[in-house]
Design a protein around this ligand. Structure first.
Ligand code: KIV
Length: 269
């Protein structure tokens, strides 16, 4: 069960305070029913732009729009009443300037009622993170493997292998902490780098393909449930193969309809 207490939603300060006091459990969600099912088990829900690949069949996250993220964010805050909800800023909605980021992040916060936003980037995003935080928008910077930077990073490749690369990630983490970030998402880094980042900052790190030493873990829910197999990174542990179970149900339905066994008397008025 999550560490959530009472009927109130987990807040950003509560998530921040969890560093060193037990692991932060997080998963992604894009819809109301999934958020309802997750709510008792996670501290934090991330409405990720992975929705583009997982739910829309896109081959990257780069065509995801602000409207898509707002609609999914709204669906998730409607479904979850306890977990802290963070919405991803999609590609092109925040990189131009701190002002552009503020305008779009404020729209996300206003229209979804989420507790904060996540954005990808390195030191070039420092001013933006500071600008948003100073204006009351909690920010979770996403560092390491950044799917919106797949072109620049040469695909979905683990980051922080060399000492220099690892040190750069640590420098980014410290700078984002200084800019007021409440938490860091560390994706697809060599384990040593994730450990160094986690030890170097006082804000929690949420790892995905990073290290068990991170202060929390997140996975894409559809990977956990076996509902998405187009792209399966090494770290995406599957806890159940729901897609086989769903296909069995469809096959039974098909058979019963073709045989005239469904609907039965009890399904008819
Ligand atoms: O888009 C996404 O689902 C993410 C996860 C790593 C949380 O960024």
């Amino acid at each position: 069960m999550s560490t959530h207490v009472g009927n109130k939603r987990n807040t950003i300060p509560q998530i921040k305070l969890m560093k060193g006091r037990g692991k932060i459990v997080s998963l992604t969600a894009y819809t109301t029913p999934m958020a309802q099912m997750l709510d008792d088990y996670v501290d934090l829900i991330i409405v990720g732009d992975s929705t583009g690949m997982v739910a829309y069949g896109l081959n990257s996250t780069m065509s995801v729009t602000l409207e898509m993220m707002i609609n999914h964010g709204r669906a998730v805050t409607r479904g979850a009443s306890k977990a802290c909800v963070i919405v991803d800023m999609p590609y092109g909605s925040y990189q131009e300037s701190p002002q552009q980021a503020y305008r779009n992040a404020a729209k996300v916060m206003r229209e979804t009622q989420a507790q904060g936003i996540k954005l990808e980037g390195g030191l070039e995003m420092l001013d933006t993170v500071e600008f948003l935080v100073q204006r009351g928008i909690p920010v979770m910077p996403h560092i390491g493997l950044m799917p919106q930077h797949a072109n620049a990073q040469g695909g979905f490749k683990a980051q922080g292998r060399s000492k220099d690369d690892s040190e750069l990630l640590v420098a980014q983490a410290k700078a984002f902490q200084g800019a007021g970030a409440f938490c860091l998402l560390v994706e697809g880094t060599f384990e040593k780098a994730a450990v160094a980042i986690t030890r170097a900052v006082e804000i929690p790190t949420i790892g995905i393909g990073a290290s068990s030493e991170c202060d929390g873990q997140v996975l894409v829910t559809e990977d956990v449930l076996g509902l998405f197999s187009d792209f399966r990174p090494k770290f995406a542990k599957r806890y159940v193969d729901l897609s086989s179970i769903i296909k069995e149900a469809f096959a039974s339905y098909e058979q019963e309809v073709r045989d005239g066994d469904f609907p039965a008397k009890e399904h008819c008025f």
